[in-house]
Ligand binder design. Sequence first.
Ligand SMILES: Nc1ncnc2c1ncn2[C@@H]1O[C@H](COP(=O)(O)OP(=O)(O)OP(=O)(O)O)[C@@H](O)[C@H]1O
Length: 353
Amino acid sequence: MTPTHPALDARLVVRRPSFALDVHLRVAPGEVLALLGPNGAGKSTVLRALAGLAPMVDGHVRVDGLDLTAVPTERRPIGMVFQDYLLFDHMSALENVAFGPRCQGVPKTEARTRAARLLDRVGLADHAGARPRSLSGGQAQRVALARALATRPRLLLLDEPLAALDAHTRFSVRSHLQRHLADFGGATVIVTHDPLDAMVLADRVMVVEDGALVQQGSPVDVARRPRTGYVARLVGLNLYRGRADGTRVTVTGTSGAPVAVTVAGTHSGEVFTAFTPRSVALYRTRPDGSPRNAWRLAVDGIERFGDQVRVHLTGEVDLSADITPAGLAELALAPGDLVWASVKATEVACYPA
Ligand SMILES: Nc1ncnc2c1ncn2[C@@H]1O[C@H](COP(=O)(O)OP(=O)(O)OP(=O)(O)O)[C@@H](O)[C@H]1O
């Protein structure tokens, strides 16, 4: 092992009758990579291929420069945490954590000492003798993490590790997990549906759609500059692709017809334009004033969104607008009503496609 190697370097090629995966991953030591993507995109298949559980037709898996492509799962230096934890119910928390090291040939006393230390680290020293069934969801998650770390892996794979938890528990377990991942020196790959998990836990986000990488970057960059409709919906942005000429971008509208969007800076060529629902103002009559975009659109749906109201609009472009409940009452909007949606040019982000 030399420090010049990424902790993980993999190209994963998996083919199934109606699905093909081909992605390349490189993760630095200590780095946390989150895989985001819609259902069926291939996220779990990435983890399974890394673990040696999904047969690959091509590609390689290297951890710390060592080629593991042909190494069986049980001999790979990996730790896994699954959505439902898969703890052994007939064993205590301590025995669950000691199980991996025991399988690696670590003597019983040493394996139990190591397990006790790990349970202490995840704050469960008092629950070492407890059976998984008697633990709360958050506690079981922490036992699963301790178990994954017990074999001293170089690669940690987490498949929707918070999905089974209720919103409140999720919040505290997420920050707990963040601390442990920060202490882990190997590569971590975490699969999640939740953009908040990705924002809080990951150094880098990869978005997978239909078995291929469609976007990657820092969580902030991906959230600010989505490149697909899926990512835009996930982070709650209105996104359009078009062609820029100066401050005017011609995007493809809902029916395929061109629609002009005015942006603040000058741009050229293929671009994305994006703006937040919060930056959209709604009016009954046509607004005027500083450079702005205004479209007359029909109300398609209205839903509560935190302390705001999200209004879905359809017409030459489809977009979402967040307004206050008082604003909604003032406008007296109902589904089907026509309204002016306005966005200042300075609120529209524009970046190369
Ligand atoms: N064991 C399997 N045998 C055959 N096809 C499978 C198998 N596991 C998954 N698939 C298919 O492979 C594709 C990718 O599935 P995968 O579970 O990797 O997606 P995912 O992004 O993790 O989805 P989700 O978010 O729903 O868990 C899907 O079309 C799925 O139906």
